[in-house]
Unconditional design. Structure first.
Lengths: 103, 246
């Protein structure tokens, strides 16, 4: 029930975000040109706030695990070079697997 | 769904010439390579649903209902971590706030369409839809052709994304429990994060967001995540100002 509520709420909220400017079309002003720039920072901020703890926090403590860190570095490099999710996953998982064996 | 595709070309018209001359762009044809690109993401999404505390049907329903992969995966992560509905919803909506920019960008054209179209079209307006529509609209001769392209593309992507997530759920429930989702999911986010680092403000937003989220990870209810998001946006805006002053 809790999960359904959250999913429906995000669906509705996302629709409202997408419809906002289309339904209430006004000619752009300086203030409106500024707002989207602040919004543009949300994507890197949110994704980094999800990624960093996932790689650096284990069991509630900040600690670096070799294989995980290597996978993150390799994945980051591949993401930078190729911008493709499949390449990042394959490289990251391969490095993680190898490093886990070697550790 | 967030970007796997390359950024929009600065000169859409120049691509339309040559071999493509005389053939009108079709939405479902343009959708095909994107669908291949999103397949691994959809499979990770589906498999993560089965590995989480969220019911399979509810998790899958996020694909047609939300239709924006990064926010769906983030929502799943936060719900699975036992957070409150409010924090989970805020996190996912924060990821999707960029859709307001897409809405603003298409608003002038949409203003010429009837109200039913303007209410329905935003349902399909996610990252790939926006990027391709902005690239292709200048090549299309009239409003009817634009509306048709928009629907062909959007409905194909919706159908594909929903079915691929379903396949992920079915495969995922049959996969061994040993798959390292604690690595797969952050790697997927990383693959989405890196292309969004396009200038100093966006890099600053990511560095601040990531560091604060790590330092504040112990806060209850995933508040560390929100703290990271706010710090990131503040850092990005600060760097914008600096850039403006220079």
């Amino acid at each position: 029930m809790r999960d359904w509520m959250a999913i429906v709420a995000v669906g509705l909220g996302t629709y409202l975000l997408r419809a906002s400017m289309i339904v209430a079309h006004r000619t752009s002003s300086a203030a409106e040109e500024r707002t989207p720039r602040a919004l543009g920072h949300l994507t890197p901020a949110v994704l980094a706030a999800l990624v960093a703890p996932a790689f650096l926090v284990t069991d509630g403590a900040v600690q670096v695990q070799g294989p995980v860190l290597l996978a993150a570095v390799a994945g980051g490099l591949v993401a930078w070079r190729t911008r493709g999710i499949p390449q990042v996953l394959v490289t990251g998982l391969a490095v993680h697997q190898l490093a886990t064996w070697a550790w | 769904m967030t970007v796997t595709i390359t950024r929009p070309r600065p000169r859409p018209r120049s691509r339309a010439g040559g071999s493509e001359r005389g053939t009108r762009p079709r939405g479902h044809v343009d959708a095909a390579p994107l669908i291949l690109g999103y397949l691994p993401f959809a499979l990770v999404m589906g498999a993560s649903i089965t590995a989480s505390s969220v019911a399979n049907v509810a998790g899958w329903a996020s694909s047609p209902l939300i239709f924006a992969g990064a926010s769906q995966l983030a929502l799943l992560e936060v719900l699975d971590g036992g957070s409150t509905v409010a924090i989970a919803v805020m996190t996912a909506l924060a990821i999707n706030l960029r859709h307001v920019m897409y809405s603003a960008s298409l608003a002038p054209w949409m203003a010429g369409q009837d109200w039913r179209w303007r209410l329905a079209a935003p349902l399909l307006l996610n990252d790939p839809q926006f990027l391709l529509v902005s690239r292709r609209f200048p090549e299309l001769p009239d409003d009817a052709a634009k509306r048709r392209y928009y629907l062909e593309l959007g409905l194909t992507l919706l159908l594909a994304w929903s079915s691929m997530t379903a396949i992920g759920v079915v495969i995922g429930s049959r996969l061994p429990d040993t798959l390292p989702f604690d690595v797969i999911v952050p790697l997927t986010f990383l693959a989405l994060l890196v292309p969004s680092l396009t200038d100093r403000p966006s890099i600053g937003a990511a560095v601040a967001g990531g560091s604060v989220a790590v330092v504040a990870h112990g806060l209850p209810l995933h508040l560390g995540l929100l703290a990271g998001i706010l710090a990131g946006v503040a850092a990005g805006m600060g760097l914008d100002e600096e850039h403006d002053d220079a």
